[in-house]
Structure formats: structure tokens, C-alpha cells
Design a protein around this ligand. Sequence first.
Ligand code: NG6
Ligand code: CA
Length: 476
Amino acid sequence: MNAKPNVIIVYMDDLGYGDLSSYGANTIQTPNFDKIVNGGVKFTNGYATSATCSPSRYALLTGRYPWRNENAKILPGTAPMLIDTNQITLPKVLKKAGYYTGIIGKWHLGLADGNIDWNQQISPGPNEVGFDYSYIMAATQDRVPTVYIKNGTVENLEQDDPIMVNYDENFEGEPTGLDNPELVEMKWHHGHNNSIVNGIPRIGYMKGGEKAKWDDKDMAYTFLEEVKSFIGRNKEKPFFLYYAMQQPHVPRTPAPEFVGKSGMGPRGDVILEADWCVGELLKTLKEQELLENTLIVFTSDNGPVLNDGYYDDAVEKLGDHDPAGGLRGGKYSLYEAGTRVPFATYWKGRIEPTTNNAIVSQVDLLSSISHLVGINLQSEDSQNLKNVLLGESSQGRESVILEATGRTALRSGDYILIPPYKGAAVSQHVNIELGNSMDYQLYNIKSDPGQSENLVESQPEKLEEMIAQFKEIRGE
Ligand code: NG6
Ligand code: CA
């Protein structure tokens, strides 16, 4: 066995704990995700650090809790880069260990210094924090600029049609979702009423770059082709690939082959599309004879949301499907469904199929993968759970801090402590319970996974213990 296996992180966007058949979904079948989940270690207590995207991605790549960085929140497409170029990152460590490193897919960690000229080489970006190769969308599929960026250069950009981007004001004469509903093919529900690209109104304003604009319907194919070609080019070396898929984040734009396939509307269709992509990934690795020399880590950046700003039938056609898999809350929430996500490791011939109840967080990947490739990295937040990831131990974390839109909670053992937070109990727009309450909340999520019984009154000692632990970890 090669001492340096390839490492692939397959990272989903807004995929919930209950969205896959291997995690209990019955309405849709996800056979390819299931190959990974059921063929490797299936974690039942695997966490994203955060209930939104940028902070989780920050932690995944830096091994640092995002609440230590006050700028780690959902970023606009024009945000400066969140990761300092001096910071330690997973791709940097792997590079040091002799790996060729690549990111294909969603970045959403900011670029350059906040004053980006999209028509020049854009730097710093992924290539300045450890990636040898990058093929990304800057932010999200619903945010401008709607272009692919390869190694810091916008793809297919024509010199006489420069791109301009602004998140505060529109460019004169440019249509918007707000003013030009007649041009819109996907109706916005909240937000998402700025520039219209491919009939879809977005967040932010953009002008120019016509030829460079992506086609939403073939985004999955575009990234997949990049992935196949990356693997083909680098099969002789150890490589690290961060495959950051866009599904099932809004706008959900399945390729024609997948339209209507789930019976659940576009949200279900793009999950099936992503499942197919994962099947193609596995097929590629098999064809290249790399399957037995590749560790795949599969997980999601935050929990599920149905209506995240467009009318796309996600609510209407849900049927019996429960994207949160019985957990409370969803994306943006401090309750479990915000951060507890599908999480699995797969390595053919090396990892035995098992279910593991250990607490693991994506922040631990930095340390764990470093140790796997022989680098004994020490880190404040990132724990070395290499043996847990390989299915050789079920001794995970004792505790983890969970974060949702700037608020934090503590999971320790079987208990969750949510401190008091002001603010709406439910976000009306997305119809998700956020976890806010003027009182402390304490749950035993082993006996009460749906967080229905607040134990504050019945277990005062546990409450005190949890408050003390929370303050200590948070440095308060
Ligand atoms: C929110 C957007 C939401 C989504 C989210 C980021 C509005 C009203 N809502 O601000 O649609 O884009 O940001 O999602 O604009 S994430 O998964 O990248 O964190
Ligand atoms: Ca997300």
C-alpha cells in the first residue's frame, strides 16, 4: 500500500443529514453516495463547524474554528480573502508532504484584497493558500460574478467585454429581478432580485463578461469534467483534490437529464445529479486503478434548507422526505440540523464498512489528514482523529463548539448547551427554527435527538457544568 494515498474531499453545499438513502431517506435513492457511506465509515455524529457556508469552508481548510475570525460569515462575491496567506492550510500541508493539490468547485472564501479587478489575474486566491490548481466559482451559484475562474483568471473572458461587479448599486441600464420580472425564469422569493443571468435573478450586480458567464444547467458536468481531467493528469503522483460541489444550494438547476427525476422538484433532482457525479468519480478512480489508493472524505458544509430565496417547488414537492433526518432546525440554525451532516470516509480495501458514533468535526480534517501523510501537526482547534476516520477507533472528540451566523453552542458528550440569544425563534423567510431563546437550552441528544425537551430545570448541575466548559473553551 502506498504510504501516501490520494486524498479527495467531496464537499456538498446544503445537503442535510437526512437527504441520502444511506442516512434514512426513502423518497429518493442515492446509490453512489451510499457506496461511500455504506462502504466506509458512516459517521452519525459528524459536524460541519457552522450552519452556513464560508465559516465551515474556512474551518475545513485551515483547521481553525471560524468563530475565532470575526470576518468568517457568509461572504459576498467581492469579499477579500478570508484565509491569510500566512495561515496554515490543508493543501499547504499536503503540498509539503509531496502532494499535488487542487480545488474544483465552490470557493466562497473571498478573493484578493476586496477591490477585485475581474479582468486581471485575481490574487491572492486558492493558489496562494496551497492549491497548485484551481477551477472555481468565486462565491455561490446565486451570487455574481457568474463565471468560472481558473488559476486566478476568468475563463472565456473577452478583452472588449470586461466584467464589472458591485454589491451595492446597479450599473446603469442593466435589468434586475426587482424591476424586470418579465425577464425572469426562476422567481425570487426573498433577496435574489439583483442582476439577471440566464433568466435567474442573483445576489449582486454584474455587467459585461457575456461570453464568460457560466451555463447553470451544465455546471455539474463542467466541474465533473475538470475532476476527471485533474485525476487523469495527476494519477502518477499523490494528489489532493477538494471537489466542492454546488448542489443542492440554490438556484437548483439540474441538467436536462435529471429534470423531474426525483419527483421532488429541482432540489431532489440536483441531489440525484450530484449522486450521479459521485458515481462518475468512483468510476474514474476505478478505471485509473486508484480506488485502493485513495481516501475519500465525504461531507456537507451545513444543513438543509428548502426555500432559500427562490420559488422552486422545494417546499411544495417535498412529500414525506425529511432533509434533516429527524433533527431539529436546518441551515442557519444552532439546533442540530444546522451542523450535523452526512459525513463518511471511504478507502477501498483499507477501511472496513462500519457505523461510527464518535463526535468528529470538519475542523479535525487538517490535523487528521496531516498525520495520515506523516506530518505531526499540532493545532489548537484541529484534533488528530486519524484512527477514527480510518474506522480503527470510535474515540472521537469529547466536545465541539458549533456555530450558526455568529452564535455558538457546545456539544459535549451526549449533551448540547445553547446559551441565550436574542433574535427571532424562527426565520420566517426560510421557515427554520434558529435556536434563539432568552433562556439557556440543554438537551440530551442521545435520548432526545429531536431536541424537544429542555433539561435546564431538571438537570441544573449538568447545566452549570456545561456553562463552565463552554466559557472555558470560548475563552470567556
Ligand atoms: C443568504 C442567501 C441565501 C444563500 C446564503 C448563503 C438571501 C436572502 N439569502 O444570504 O440564498 O445564498 O446566503 O448560503 O440573500 S451558503 O450555503 O453559501 O452559506
Ligand atoms: Ca452551504
